[in-house]
Design a protein around this ligand. Sequence first.
Ligand code: 13P
Length: 262
Amino acid sequence: MARKPLMAGNWKMNLNHVEAVGLVQKLAWTLEDKKHDPEKSEVIVLPPYTDLRTVQTLVDGDRLDIGYGAQDVSAFDNGAYTGDISADMLVKLGCRYVVIGHSERRQFHGEDDNIVNAKTQKAVSRGLVPIVCVGEGLEVRQELRHVPETLHQVEGALAGLTPEQVANLVIAYEPVWAIGTGRVATPEDAQEVCGAIRLWIVEQHGGEIADRTRILYGGSVKASSIAALMAEPDIDGCLVGGASLIVEEFAAIARFYEMPVI
Ligand code: 13P
């Protein structure tokens, strides 16, 4: 079964709602101008919460072929959770996707596998598509424990989900040492872990489910590295940070299928 490649731009804590209009409009124009084929890659942006209403209005009003989602979601339905945003609120804003368990949430907000699992469960229960982030730190990589460590995170994040729910979500392998460092993983390194994640899904839920789950790579992805990453069999797209804030760069990443593999 063919998995449609997904190119997701994680803006992190960048761009206010006015700046968001500029970037999304320019991205839409650039994709159109370059004749991007939406069948060959799905393009989404993941802005800060404060931009979502504006992005919704723009995408709906101009019927843009750009999806969007949030960078986090609460594990709770509603109530006294100051600063949190619920899955229902995101659904109301037209979000289709939500990032869960990004390493920056794990590092700066103490999110562990249990919290990531609770948020993932909540997101799928509301029909959102979680982009569940996993990946090892530098020390673990140097000790060559990156595969078991990452699979342990996947196991924790997806605990209790039905096979169908696993087929419909997205897993993003983002080694922490590659995030924001300019040090992209080699295609072989990224494939090693993405392939191990798919094998884990085969073992847990069978080949038909594993064939449908999209697995992304993230960490210092640029237009110059995208084609070689996408040539790997188990990499179904990328979660892009810094390069997603540069329209020409992100639009080129979206059109990876036209680039030669160097
Ligand atoms: P960079 O592409 O800036 O390394 O960020 C990757 C990332 O964390 C995306 O979620």
